[in-house]
Structures are given as C-alpha cells and as structure tokens.
Design a protein. Sequence first.
Length: 201
Amino acid sequence: MPELPRLIIATRNSHKTQEIRHILGDRFEILDVTDFPELPEIEETGSTFLENARLKALGISGRIDGWVLADDSGLDVDALGGAPGVWSSSYGGEEGNHAKNNLRLISEMANHDQRSARFLCTLVLAKNGKEIATFHGAVEGEIARQPSGNGGFGYDPLFIPTGYSQTMADLGADKKSQLSHRAKAIQSFVSNVSSGNLLNL
Ligand code: IMP
C-alpha cells in the first residue's frame, strides 16, 4: 500500500487534531505539533482568525518538512459585538480554560434575548514557510441559556446549531464532523486536494 501523505496540524489542542482526523479519515497520516517537542510555541498576536492561522502555519512550516495545516477558530456572538471572537480561548480569564469561558459566556448573555451566533474557522495550508492556500468554514446557531452535553470541547455545550434542538456537545462527534465550522473548512480543503489543485497527490 502506498504511504499516506503526512499532514501536520499546527495545534496543541488534541480535540482539534482528533476532530480533523475524524473528518479526514484515512486520507492522510495526521500529526500535530505535540509530535515535535522541539517546536516553539507560536504566539497568536493577530487580530483576525486569518492572521492567527497564518502565524501558526508559517511559524511551524518554516521549521519542519511536510504539509502544515493551521486552524484558528472561535465563537462570534451578535449580542456581544462579535466577542469572544479571536479571544475565544481566554475569554474566561485563563487560556484554554473551557469551564471558565462558558461561565463568562452564560453571564454576559444572561440579559440578552438576541442569542444568534456562529462558530468560524480559518485554515491556512503551508509548506516550507510559504502559504499555499486558505479555507473558511462557518456554522450558524444560537447560545443556549444552560450548558448541555459531554461531546466536543470549548463552547459546544452552549451552542445550538440552526435546525437542531440540541447543543453541539449533545449531538456527538459524527454529527459535529458533518456540520461544524471546522468540518466545512476541511471539506473545502479536501475538495481542492481531490480536484488535484493541491499537494500534487
Ligand atoms: P484557537 O486555538 O486560538 O483557535 O482557539 C479556539 C477557541 O475557540 C477554543 O479554545 C474554543 O474556546 C473555541 N472553539 C474553537 N472551535 C471550537 C469548537 O469546535 N467547539 C467549541 N469551541 C470552539
């Protein structure tokens, strides 16, 4: 059997890597930066998802061989003027603390009846420190008043996708792999790969 092409995901978030593996199935050998302990932490100093995804993709791909795919993503809530946005992972005051982030979101939204929101995802594909392509995905929905469900990660227990009555965390991995912002951005990546535009497979 021919070797699978290797795709390195520029993240230390194991949930993201798992989701990307789940969506891409066995088309690629998927690694992430935790497989390369020598790599430095890339600071996300950009003010948009695209800027941050670019920083990660170029910062990592300049240091290792192979295709690198960086994801920057977050939650955009209308009643909060787009917050938490690019600050989604530290919204509760502590980087990556999902429980605190969710508590802050519940409290900021307590007096709002307008509950519309979306998850956004930008992917940047890079090789040898050069940007090759970008992909975007979004899923519309609304913010629940109470958390529900154990699946997914981050704000999933508070996000009800449009057309569903359960949160993303209730819906589970298979459904999330079809409808999430990340799934849509990755489907766009896959269709470019399949049409032969990328990677020269
Ligand atoms: P990043 O690692 O800078 O892209 O930050 C992403 C943050 O956005 C995560 O820490 C979560 O708070 C939130 N987020 C991104 N994608 C998802 C998702 O699929 N479900 C729930 N929260 C997400």
